[in-house]
Each structure stands twice: as structure tokens, then as C-alpha cells.
Design a protein around this ligand. Structure first.
Ligand SMILES: *[C@@H]1O[C@H](CO)[C@@H](O)[C@H](O)[C@H]1NC(C)=O
Length: 203
């Protein structure tokens, strides 16, 4: 009888927890890959691709040989995968409000540290969660996020290793590392402009 009673208590507790979780339903928002990025196999192959516009960071002006079809890869995360963001659409009075949140995560500082980072979720959208929990200022719950819950809320994924600021590449014959934060920033904003950011009234 004691065992049975204990089991009932456990089940009741689990049900209560499930009910509480239901009230705090998490908002999961899917990843959008940036259009125009890395159309030639980025993220599909571990083989480094060569960019035609590559300029060696330590030898500016020295352009290296290349294959033309790899041009779009100039817009890429450290590992060559396409950049990405998550967007949850606004509605009602917030339909023209836009909140952009940048994912953080420090910098890499040189080829070895950026190469290492390229193999992690900090340097590759291939390795990132494809669903992000939108909480805090990204929440769609008016009680939890009264100021922005019905705005368009965007989380920009951080994969360039240089705070969306760099614009160069490293290549040494065995590795290619893309440091294209500026292009990622420009491409995400350009894409969001077509999705309503151009008509933003609050931001
Ligand atoms: C190229 O650079 C990467 C990253 O620093 C390094 O791991 C690799 O050993 C280098 N390859 C050559 C041939 O120097």
C-alpha cells in the first residue's frame, strides 16, 4: 500500500509540473538562413572552398587562385556555412516595431583560434540550435515582456568570430576561414528590410 500511495503522489506531482510548464509555454522560433549566402555547398562539405576574392590578411593586394563558383561564399560564417537569424513576427500595435538582438560570444583572435571556433556552434550555423527559445525581451508574452511582446523580434546568430565587424578571410592551403561579419550584418539587415524593417516605426 505504501508503494502504491507513493506512486500516486509522484504522478500527481508530475501532473502539476506539466500544468505549470503549460502556463509557461516556451516560444521556439526557427532559424532562417540568409538568402544569397553560400549557395555552393556551404555546410555540406568539410572540404575548404577557395574564394576568388581572397586577399591574404598579411599580404593585402595578393589575390590567390580560385574557383568562380565559390564566390557567394564570401558571405559566410567562420566555417563557410550560411549566416542565419530567427524572426518572430510582430502583430497589432507592434506590427511595425522591430527589436534586433545580437547573440554575443566573444571573439577569436587569430587563425588557430578562429579555426577552432569554426568547428563549434560559435562559428557555424550547421552546429547551432535550429530552434531558439524566445524569452525575456524576445518573449511574446505580454505579462513577461510588456514593452515588446507584439513587436517583430529578431535574434541575429553570431558566427563570424568578430562581432559582425570583420571582412576578410584566411587561407593557407589546408584551411579557409571566413571572417565576414560586416557582410553578414549587411545581408541580414537587407533581408529584414524586405520583410518589413524598411517600414519600421519603432526600433
Ligand atoms: C592552416 O591553418 C590552420 C588554422 O590555423 C592550421 O590548423 C593548419 O595546420 C594550417 N595548415 C598549414 C598547411 O599550415
Amino acid at each position: 500500500l505504501w508503494t502504491w500511495a507513493a506512486a500516486v503522489v509522484v504522478v500527481a506531482a508530475a501532473a502539476a509540473a506539466a500544468a505549470a510548464a503549460g502556463q509557461e509555454k516556451r516560444l521556439l522560433v526557427g532559424m532562417t538562413l540568409v538568402p544569397g549566402a553560400a549557395s555552393t555547398g556551404a555546410g555540406k562539405s568539410a572540404t575548404p572552398l577557395i574564394n576568388p576574392l581572397f586577399l591574404h590578411p598579411r599580404s593585402p593586394g595578393r589575390t590567390l587562385p580560385c574557383s568562380p563558383d565559390s564566390l557567394p561564399k564570401a558571405l559566410a560564417c567562420l566555417d563557410g556555412s550560411p549566416p542565419a537569424y530567427h524572426l518572430h513576427r510582430g502583430s497589432g500595435a507592434g506590427a511595425r516595431g522591430w527589436l534586433l538582438q545580437f547573440e554575443g560570444g566573444g571573439w577569436c583572435n587569430d587563425a588557430p583560434s578562429c579555426a577552432a571556433r569554426a568547428g563549434t556552434r560559435r562559428g557555424s550555423t550547421r552546429l547551432m540550435s535550429k530552434l531558439e527559445v524566445f524569452s525575456g525581451v524576445l518573449s511574446n508574452d505580454p505579462a513577461r515582456n510588456p514593452d515588446f511582446y507584439n513587436w517583430n523580434r529578431v535574434k541575429l546568430r553570431y558566427c563570424d568570430g568578430g562581432s559582425f565587424a570583420g571582412d576578410s578571410e584566411f587561407r593557407n592551403g589546408s584551411s579557409v576561414i571566413y571572417m565576414r561579419g560586416q557582410r553578414i550584418w549587411d545581408a541580414i539587415i537587407a533581408d529584414l528590410l524586405t520583410k518589413g524593417l524598411a517600414k519600421a516605426e519603432k526600433g
